[in-house]
Design a protein around this ligand. Structure first.
Ligand code: C2E
Ligand code: MG
Ligand code: MG
Ligand code: MG
Length: 290
């Protein structure tokens, strides 16, 4: 009789201590544990050719899936990950997830591309380059199929960013500047960087077709992309009217809720096959600047 009671009390105490330790974990402690336990998954938001609506790829968007099954959006943990340096192993996990999720599809369709978001520390260290190289090794996936997205913030340390971007492009990756128009980039600044594409931030897309101060700026951003020989990609396309106007203005690619939200893997694969069935295969060669 005594033994089971003792065991029960011991288990109870262990339980309480465990609960307390969980409760006391700081946000950084929790994030560190999440990295150790590989709790990151990737959702895929389709990117389409605006003229044909053919799906040419997807943007990989990280989510933290907690042990209780709840999903945490990147805006809530990326800043802490960047501050703490945990972003480096998170980027590794995103790259590895992309290859294991979509490896077969990327090999089967050379016209398909996946864009990966990079942070300031990724650009500073350039570590992701060897992570990509190792992940792609023997898979048959081409470097050209992996796009990289850098924000204007990521370009603040301009010299190391330039070096990393140059190395990435030399390997065949296409590099896009993300959220364009929300940061500080001057034309001169952009001119000096070896980039392939410019993603126009959704604040500029929201107003397309409307008569506002911002909507009059959007065509200038598109012209600037042309002048700099950058492929334009519109973010946050929400309506058919926006998609059509942007196509008419010469924007090559778009993504946004009008086409699809960021999708869990299975839903993205279904979207891709449906798009291929409806609109045809993705073009083999994408406009790539020399
Ligand atoms: P981002 O790279 O600019 O990604 C686009 C964001 O816009 C995504 O938010 C996407 O869900 C959202 N979005 C797409 N279409 C629409 C639309 O039509 N309307 C509106 N209102 N929003 C739309 P998400 O997935 O929450 O990601 C937020 C940001 O977190 C990303 O912005 C990116 O900066 C960062 N992020 C996401 N994944 C990663 C990652 O793997 N690594 C790094 N370093 N950052 C990431
Ligand atoms: Mg992005
Ligand atoms: Mg963006
Ligand atoms: Mg953003």
């Amino acid at each position: 009789m005594l033994l089971p009671v003792g065991a029960f009390i011991a288990a109870f105490i262990v339980g309480i201590v465990y609960w307390l330790s969980k409760k006391r974990l700081s946000p950084l402690g929790e994030l560190t544990l999440a990295v150790q336990n590989r709790e990151f998954i990737v959702h895929y938001q389709p990117i389409v050719a605006l003229k044909t609506h053919i799906c040419v790829g997807a943007e990989a968007l990280v989510r933290w899936r907690r042990p209780d099954g709840s999903i945490v959006r990147p805006d809530l943990f990326i800043p802490l990950a960047e501050e703490s340096g945990l972003i480096l192993p998170i980027t590794d996990q995103v790259i590895q997830a992309v290859v294991s999720d979509l490896g077969k599809l990327l090999v089967a369709d050379r016209g398909l591309h996946i864009a990966i978001n990079l942070s300031v520390s990724d650009l500073k260290t350039g570590r992701f380059l060897s992570v990509i190289e190792n992940a792609l090794d023997h898979t048959g996936i081409h470097n050209e199929q992996i796009w990289l997205e850098v924000t204007e913030r990521g370009l603040m340390d301009i010299e190391s960013a330039r070096e990393t971007i140059t190395a990435a492009r030399a390997r065949g990756h296409m590099v896009a500047i993300d959220d364009f128009g929300t940061g500080y980039s001057s034309l001169q600044y952009l001119q000096g960087l070896p980039l392939d594409a410019l993603k126009i931030d959704k604040t500029f897309i929201d107003t397309v077709g409307r008569d506002t101060a911002t909507s009059s700026v959007t065509p200038h951003i598109i012209d600037m992309a042309k002048t700099l020989s950058l492929v334009a990609v519109a973010e946050g396309v929400k309506t058919k009217e926006q998609a059509d106007s942007l196509a008419a203005l010469g924007v090559a690619f778009g993504q946004g809720w009008f086409f699809a939200r960021p999708l869990p893997l299975e839903e993205f694969i279904a979207f891709y096959h449906q798009s291929k069935h409806q609109y045809g295969a993705s073009p083999d060669v994408l406009p790539r600047m020399p």
